[in-house]
Design a protein around this ligand. Structure first.
Ligand code: FES
Ligand code: FES
Length: 405
């Protein structure tokens, strides 16, 4: 057991907790604050969302001991909160709950939305809510309640509400050590005493990632297999795939900062529903010309969330005909940190499939002599839209129809 001092809802507690106990269990079992609900315990449903140092945090994927000295706010701690004073009656007015299981997490996320996004419209509210699942309401009442509070604040601004908004809009530096990161030592991390950049990676961060060391460790984790076809001869495609800056230019949001022979350093920016990330890191490419097969082995870190990823991308070319090539892509990756909450989801696989399909289209354009448009938008995904697409593909499958990419 480890000692832990923690502030919850304005009170200080000293307790002991097993290093592996997550914050949700700690709040419920040790402090008897049962308003925090646990649903999936995988970071997906959002029912367990609480504030840690003012930031919405999944308590099921956050170690209690990682919250040493932190300020935690649970659903029981909002009695004097000017935002909850508006949100709670709005939820009642708009019938934004039925069984109430998701409601503590919904209210916590709703509070974050109305504070952060004063001009959010319905589409934006739905996007921001996509990390919280509700089995009962169909979401309309929840969305209406949030829009109602936003409108109230526009029509008759509450001073305390506005002060809170201003306080929270100041840059927030601290993040809680996430569950997975706290138990793992197998990916590069910040050297002691170094202060990481918040709005972008520093050159020091880039230098910390050693592609040679990475190349020795084969990735373990989630696996995705996809392929795309390009209407060019296999030798032409193979030659192109060896030009790392050219290949990176076909991946929206990716940039190569430096490369030397088979080593490359760069970054890739993605948006996934309400979350965005810019992974900065390094990779090493190992090519087998005879087999037309290559492995890109890399690791990177998102400087905002401190989420880390490590993985292998293996690609293999298959000649379908003299002028057509199939590119098989096998990805094995491990994601650690706050963004890991979606790493086991089928949605991530769908996201990667779409990204690879776009990548294939860009490669085709590039091989055809077309310039790749610079400032290509980052891959952006609406989780709600993607869920509909996944559902639609399942329905097509029941009728024996092929899935749509
Ligand atoms: Fe934590 Fe579902 S219980 S996200
Ligand atoms: Fe029942 Fe949302 S109200 S899960």
């Amino acid at each position: 057991m480890d000692p832990i001092s923690i502030h919850v809802n304005g009170r200080s507690f000293r307790r002991e907790a097993e290093p592996r106990m997550h914050l949700g269990d700690f709040l419920r079992d040790e402090l008897r604050l049962t308003g925090t609900h646990l649903g999936c315990e995988h970071g997906v449903c959002g029912a367990c969302t609480v504030l840690v140092d003012g930031q919405p945090t999944r308590s099921c994927i956050t170690f209690a001991v990682a919250c040493e000295g932190r300020e935690v706010t649970t659903i029981e701690g909002y009695d004097d909160d000017p935002v909850m004073r508006l949100l709670r009656p709005a939820f009642t007015r708009h019938h934004a709950l039925q069984c109430g299981f998701c409601t503590p997490g919904m209210l916590t996320t709703a509070r974050d939305i109305v504070l952060r996004l004063p001009d959010a419209d319905e589409a934006r509210v739905r996007l921001e809510l996509s990390g919280n699942l509700c089995r009962c309401t169909g979401y309309q009442g929840i969305v209406d309640a949030i829009l109602d509070v936003l409108q109230q604040q526009r029509d008759a601004p509450n001073v305390e509400f506005e002060q809170l908004r201003q306080r929270l809009s100041a840059p927030r530096m601290a993040t809680v050590k996430p569950l997975a990161a706290a138990v793992s030592n197998d990916v590069p991390t910040h050297a002691p005493g170094k202060s990481p950049s918040v709005n972008g990676a520093t050159s020091a961060e880039l230098a910390e990632v050693d592609p040679v060391a990475m190349a020795k460790a084969k990735a373990k984790g989630n696996a995705i297999e996809v392929h795309f076809d390009v209407p060019y001869a296999v030798d032409q495609v193979w030659a192109f795939m060896g030009d790392l800056p050219a290949v990176a230019s076909c991946l929206p949001g990716a940039t190569v900062d430096s490369h030397e022979e088979e080593k490359v350093r760069g970054s890739i920016s993605i948006k996934f529903g309400p979350m965005s990330a810019a992974f900065v890191g390094a990779a090493r490419l190992q090519r087998d010309d005879a087999a037309k097969r290559a492995v890109l082995r890399g690791a990177g870190q998102d400087s905002l969330s401190k989420s880390r990823t490590q993985g292998d991308i293996t690609y293999r070319l298959e000649a379908l005909s003299a002028d057509n090539t199939r590119v098989h892509v096998d990805m094995v990756y491990a994601l650690q940190g706050p963004l890991a909450q979606f790493s086991r989801s089928g949605l991530v696989k769908d996201f990667v499939r779409r990204m690879v399909a776009d990548f294939g289209k860009q490669i085709t354009r590039r091989l055809g002599g077309e310039a790749v448009v610079s400032n290509e938008p980052q891959p952006t995904v609406s989780i709600a839209g993607m869920m509909l697409s996944v559902l639609w593909n399942h329905i097509r499958g029941w009728f024996g129809m092929p899935p749509r990419g």
